[in-house]
Design a protein around this ligand. Structure first.
Ligand code: HEC
Length: 201
């Protein structure tokens, strides 16, 4: 179970933090036939690589697609990943604060204070040093991506409970299908290559 969810959590981070698409789903004019929530978070073509980066997005080990980025954006801002529905990743890694926060330490579930501040992760896909956390204790995003969901002073959930909650959300199977080719993600799944780069789902 741990390994199954790690892949899409990593996709969510690498895909979206890498390419600067991090604006919270925002109100847009509704297109006919498109669900209101979907109009707020459409499939968008992948942008060019950030200035100064020589690597290519599609050459990354876990390359983003427009569909995985959209799924990642849903998950990143979804408070239902936490045990009591109060915290999303964006509650601590705030887009408006360069994905960090203005307080010296994070505040997790039920107001609990942690010991450290949430680091920024802009362009994390091209990090110079392949170590994560302030003390470098994680060697890859895979090593740490599941941590916050089950950390009792962060999101306070279990991975099993989180998956059960997400499975009960009507919209998600379609977005997982679109991104990974099946309605929920399994170990070894890889993002499906988008047939076009621009067509909204
Ligand atoms: C309660 C606040 C909080 C929430 C919610 C939270 N984080 Fe964090 N995050 C932190 C803190 C604090 C650290 C630094 C911990 C350390 O260095 O020991 C961190 C570190 C990280 C890092 C390492 C970044 C680096 O450059 O080393 C990543 C990646 C990350 N979090 C992703 C996530 C994801 C994905 C979610 C949602 C599933 C999430 N976080 C939810 C507080 C939070």
């Amino acid at each position: 179970m741990r390994i199954r969810v790690s892949s899409w959590l990593v996709t969510m981070l690498v895909a979206a933090s890498a390419i600067g698409l991090w604006t919270a789903p925002a109100a847009r004019a509704e297109a006919p036939g498109v669900a209101p929530w979907e109009a707020q978070n459409p499939v968008k073509p992948l942008p060019a690589e950030p200035l100064g980066v020589t690597g290519k997005l599609l050459a990354l080990p876990n390359p983003p697609t427009p569909e995985t980025v959209r799924l990642g954006r849903w998950l990143y801002f979804d408070k239902r990943l936490s045990a009591d529905g109060t915290l999303s990743c964006a509650s601590c890694h705030k887009p408006e604060n360069a994905f960090s926060e203005t307080t010296p330490v994070s505040t997790g579930i039920r107001g609990q204070k942690g010991g450290r501040k949430a680091p920024s992760f802009v362009n994390q896909a091209w990090t110079l040093a392949p170590v994560f956390f302030w003390d470098g204790r994680a060697a890859s995003l895979e090593d740490q991506a599941l941590g916050p969901v089950a950390n009792p002073i962060e999101m306070g959930n279990t991975h099993e409970a989180m998956l059960a909650t997400l499975k009960g959300v009507k919209g998600y199977p379609g977005y997982f299908q679109e991104a990974f080719g099946r309605p929920e993600h399994h170990q070894g799944g890889s993002p499906r290559r988008s047939p076009t780069t621009s067509a909204p789902g």
